[in-house]
Design a protein around this ligand. Sequence first.
Ligand SMILES: NC(=O)C1=CN([C@@H]2O[C@H](COP(=O)(O)OP(=O)(O)OC[C@H]3O[C@@H](n4cnc5c(N)ncnc54)[C@H](O)[C@@H]3O)[C@@H](O)[C@H]2O)C=CC1
Ligand SMILES: O=C(O)C(=O)Cc1c[nH]c2ccccc12
Length: 353
Amino acid sequence: MLLFETVREMGHEQILFCHGKNPDIRAIIAIHDTTLGPAMGATRLFPYLNEEAALKDALRLSRGMTYKAACANIPAGGGKAVIIANPENKTDEMLRAYGRFVNSLNGRFITGQDVNITPHDVRTISQETNFVVGVSEKSGGPAPITALGVFLGIKAAVEFRWQTQRLEGLKVAIQGVGNVGKNLCRHLHEQGMKLYVSDVNPVKTEELKKLFDVTVVNPDEIISLDVDIFAPCALGGILNSHTIPFLQAPIIAGAANNQLGNEQLHSQMLAKKGILYCPDYVINAGGLINVYNEMIGYDEEKAFKQVHNIYYTLLEIFHIAKQQGITTNDAAKRLAEDRILNTKHSKAKEIAA
Ligand SMILES: NC(=O)C1=CN([C@@H]2O[C@H](COP(=O)(O)OP(=O)(O)OC[C@H]3O[C@@H](n4cnc5c(N)ncnc54)[C@H](O)[C@@H]3O)[C@@H](O)[C@H]2O)C=CC1
Ligand SMILES: O=C(O)C(=O)Cc1c[nH]c2ccccc12
C-alpha cells in the first residue's frame, strides 16, 4: 500500500500510529477532515488480520465520519481509531495508554465506544483524557438512538419505495443483533414487522428470542432471504460482488459502517438490481448526533429532533438520486461535499476579511 498516495486519494489530514511495549498497544488514529469542526469518531478494538487491514478500516471509517457529520449538519469533522487487539487480551492498562495517545491530540480528535469497546472501557480511557464522550447516563450511550435513526430510515425507504407509511407485516432481516441491532428489533417489533435475525454469537440471538418473536437464521443465509428490508448491523464490507447477487430485499437500511465493499462499484451494482440503498453514514448518524449533544450539554428533545432529520435527509437523497439518475451513495456524497465546500469558502472569506 502506497501510504501517502492512499492518504492523498482519500483526503486525510493526519494519521497517528500509536505504539507501546509495556503495556503492548498498537492503535491507529485517523483524522480525515476538520473543516466542520474537531474530528469525532468512536474507537474500535478488533483482531485485524494484518496492519494494512487495520489502516484501511481506520481510513474508510474516518472518512465516513466526515460525510456523516456533514449530512447530519453536525459541526464536527471525521475521525476514527482502531486498536489492533483480540478482545480477550484487552486490559485497562492498554486502554489508559490509548487514552494518553488521544490526549496528545489535545481535542483534535474526540472519541468513544465502537465495536468491542464498552462504556466501562470508555470510562477507563477517560482516566487519561477528557476527549471522550458517549458514556454519561444522561445521554444513555449512542446505540439506542442510533437504532432509532435506522428505524426512521426504514420508514423513509418504505415510504419512498412503496408510497406507504404502513410497516405492519413487512419482513426485515437483521444481520447482527448487538447494541444497535437489538434496539432496532424493539422498534420493528412494536410496528408489527416480521423479524429474521442472525448473529455469529448465538448468545445474542438466544437473548433476543426471550424478548421478541423472532426467527433465528444462519449467519450465512441472512443476506439472501426473501424479505422486504435487509438491515446490516454487524461489520462492514457485507455488500460486495459476492453477496449482492444473492440479495432479494428491495431495500437495504442498516447501522453498520462501511457496508459497501467498494463504494462506487457496489452502489452501482445495487442500483442496477433496483435495490434502494440507504447510505450507511446517513442512516446511522444517530450515535454521532447523540454524543455531540452530550458534548455541548445534553438536551434530549433537541437530540431526538436532530435524529428525526435522518428521515427527511434520506427522502431528500432518494429524490436527488432519482431526479439526477445517480446512486443514492453519490447523492449523499454530493450533499456532504457541498456542505463541506461551503464551509471552507465561508472560512476563507472570514480570513480574507
Ligand atoms: N453503536 C453505535 O452507536 C453505532 C454503531 N455503528 C455501527 O453499527 C455496527 C454495529 O454496532 P454495535 O451494535 O454497536 O456493535 P456490537 O459489537 O454491539 O454488535 C455487532 C454484532 O454483530 C455480530 N456480528 C459480527 N459479525 C457478524 C456476522 N458476520 N453475521 C452476523 N452477526 C455478526 C456480533 O456478534 C455482534 O453481536 C458497527 O458496524 C458499528 O460501527 C454505527 C453508528 C453508531
Ligand atoms: O457513527 C459512528 O460510527 C460513531 O463513531 C458514533 C460515535 C459513537 N460514540 C462516539 C464518540 C465520539 C464520537 C463519535 C461517536
